[in-house]
Design a protein around this ligand. Sequence first.
Ligand code: CP
Ligand code: NVA
Length: 314
Amino acid sequence: MTVPLDLPRLSVHDLLCTSALSPTDLEHVFATSRALKAARTVHTEVLRHKRLAMIFEKDSLRTRFTFDIGMQDLGGSAVFMDHRDARLGSRESVKDMAKNLERWVHGIVARTFKHKALEELAQHAGIPVINGLSDFVHPCQALADFFTLTEKWGQLRGRTLCYVGDGNNTCHALIHTAVKLGVHIRVCSPEGYEPNARVVNEAMRTAQEHGSEVTILNDPDAAAEGVDAIYTDVWASMGQEDEIEERNGIFAAYQVDEEMLARARPGALFMHCLPAHRGWEVTQEVMDGPQSVVYDIAENRLHVQKAVMALLMR
Ligand code: CP
Ligand code: NVA
C-alpha cells in the first residue's frame, strides 16, 4: 500500500548550492529522505511519467546510478547524455540547450566543470536544475553526508565535523551545509589549498546566525582533536589529473590514518564521498575500519536525491 508523502515546498527552484537552502528546506529534505528510505520503492506515483535529463561532463558511479534509479523508484525515467568529450556550450549555447530540454523533460541534473554552466542552465530552463557536482560545489553529496549523520547521531547541532585535505567542491558544500545546521566545521588543508576565501567568509557570517563555528587550519596534528567525525576526499579532483604527483607530495601529511582518527572522540566517524584512494588520502585500515560510514553515505545518495527530485520536480 502506498503511504502518501507529505511534500512541502522548498524555498528554491533549483539545487545549485546548499548555501541557498534555508534550515527549514534542509529539514524538509531530510524528513522526505527518511520517509522515502523507509518506504523504499512504493512511491512510483510521485514523479510518474516525468523525465530527468542527466548531462555529465565528468565520470561518475554514484551520482549517475542514484539519479537514474531514483527516477525509476519515483515512477519516472532518466535520459543520460555523456558530455565527457566536450564542455557544455561548445556545440550550441547553454541557453539553447536549456530552452530545448525544458520542452521535453521535467528536470535536469548536470555534472560540469564550470559552475557558471549550471547557473546558466538554471537561468534559462524553466525546469529545476540540480547540481550533480561542479568545480565549485557538490550539494547532493553534502545533503547525503549530513542526512547520514542525522541517522548516526540524531541531533546534529553542536557536533564538530573535521574535513582534512583539499579545499575543493566537496569541502565547500560541507561548509555551506554545516553552518546552516549548527554543526561546527573545522577544515585542515596544506597552505595554498584552503577552501575558497569567499565561501569561508560568508560561512563565518552565516555560522554566527546559527550558532556554529568555522575554523580553518593547516596543522594536521591539531585538526582532529576531539572532533565527532573526520571527512576526506581525493587530493586531486577530476580535471586536476596533471597535478597528481605534485599534490601527492604536498598532501602526504594530511592522510587520514588510525593515529589521526585516535585524536578524535572515541567512536568518531570516518567519512569520504568516494571514489577513495586507499594509501593516499586515507589508509586501508581507516577506510575499511569499524568507524567508516562511507557505504552508508553512498546508499543515502539515493534516498536524498529522490527526496530532492520529489520536492523540486513533483
Ligand atoms: N561521490 C560521488 O559523487 O561519486 P561519483 O563521482 O561516482 O558520482
Ligand atoms: N572532489 C572530487 C569529488 C568527486 C565526487 C572531484 O571533483 O573529483
